[in-house]
Design a protein around this ligand. Structure first.
Ligand SMILES: *[C@@H]1O[C@H](CO)[C@@H](O)[C@H](O)[C@H]1NC(C)=O
Ligand SMILES: CC(=O)N[C@H]1CO[C@H](CO)[C@@H](O)[C@@H]1O
Length: 341
């Protein structure tokens, strides 16, 4: 009896555990069906989204973020323009225009300008501009001769007033009518905190406007020895992507409200200093870098200073950094080709 009873109990336990195993496996089957269903649905959604984005962008690859799809749209716009130009070029070649044009260019004594020097200036700085015109820039025929004979183009660079067309804008227009030496950035609004954007726009617009070997940025309180600059630059013509300046790495200010406060201070590591970059009073970049800025300007972010911003664009590129002592304008170093006032 005892054994029988235990057998019954045992059988009962076996049956109960069989039932629970059965229930468990039923439950897990349902659960896995549910999970699989969800995964499938999820995958379906993803495929759908990817297809939708592909349809919108017309791109073969699937797209991950809105940001990326914007980039693709932008690239395709550029591509479209480029292929349009290529077609026009091919058509022009067929009609014999291009070879004529090219031979004209070859015959012309005009060479590619060596450098475009942009002197960043502002409203209410006319006395600075006049001092520079007198000291080293020249006016009228002197300025023209510098362009034609030495390939050195010099312009003041200024944006527009926040009240477009007001007396500030008009006074610049009037000054430019007399001097013809101001490069106006029509889609830039002048403000001290916008200097990094202004520097970016100067390089982009200058690259679009002039086909030169180099582009220089100079502040409007710097005196420059133009011939010495031209000689220094000629020595670097063999390097395609070159960034020349008085290299420094200043302190990063992380306290809000301080003068040179850097909202992105945490990106610059624990050293409390920026990476090495050319000091902003005067520096030079080669044409390939100006074109890079022109093409990529909408993706190039700026930091608190214009010189740090420019340095940040090049720290990740295959660029030759040239630390040139002669470009240290503020230190009055011996042999400097510039000096701050
Ligand atoms: C600079 O330009 C960017 C992009 O156009 C804009 O978002 C930003 O507000 C501008 N100003 C500063 C100080 O970054
Ligand atoms: C995203 C983008 O437009 N990148 C361009 C940046 O500039 C180089 C040329 O210097 C282009 O090749 C890239 O496509």
């Amino acid at each position: 009896m005892q054994t029988k009873g235990s057998t019954v109990r045992f059988t009962g336990m076996v049956i109960r555990s069989r039932i629970s195993i059965l229930m468990f496996s039923m439950f897990s089957t349902i659960a896995s069906l549910y999970v699989a269903g969800r995964l499938w649905q999820d995958a379906e959604n993803r495929v759908y989204l990817a297809k939708e984005l592909d349809r919108i962008t017309g791109q073969g690859k699937s797209v991950v973020s809105v940001d990326d799809s914007w980039k693709i749209i932008d690239c395709r716009e550029q591509q479209k323009k480029l292929s349009g130009l290529e077609m026009e070029l091919a058509a022009a070649r067929q009609e014999g225009f291009v070879s004529k044009l090219l031979s004209e260019i070859n015959r012309s004594p005009k060479k590619k300008p060596l450098v475009v020097i942009g002197i960043l200036t502002g409203f209410g700085r006319k006395s600075n501009r006049d001092a520079i015109r007198k000291a080293w820039m020249g006016t009228g025929k002197t300025l023209k001769r510098m362009e034609e004979q030495k390939g050195i183009i010099i312009r003041f660079v200024i944006g527009r007033s926040s009240n477009q067309g007001d007396s500030l804008d008009r006074s610049i227009d009037n000054e430019n009518k007399l001097t013809n030496d101001i490069f106006i950035l029509d889609n830039h609004v002048e403000a001290p905190e916008e200097l990094p954007n202004k520097t970016k726009l100067f390089f982009a617009n200058a690259a679009e406007n002039w086909d030169a070997d180099y582009y220089a940025k100079v502040n409007d309180d710097v005196y420059l020895n133009v011939d010495a600059l031209a000689n220094t630059l000629a020595a670097h013509l063999d390097k395609p992507r070159v960034y020349i300046g008085c290299m420094k790495s200043g302190e990063v200010f992380s306290e809000r409200g301080k003068k040179w406060y850097e909202p992105d201070w945490w990106k610059f590591g624990d050293g409390k200093n920026y990476f090495r970059h050319a000091s902003g009073e005067m520096f030079v970049i080669s044409q390939a870098l100006s074109k890079f800025i022109l093409i990529n300007k909408s993706f190039l972010r700026t930091y608190a200073h214009d010189d740090v911003s420019v340095g940040s664009w090049f720290i990740g590129l295959d660029v030759k950094h040239v630390d040139e002592n002669k470009f240290c304008c503020s230190s009055w170093s011996a042999g400097a080709l510039c000096s701050g006032v």
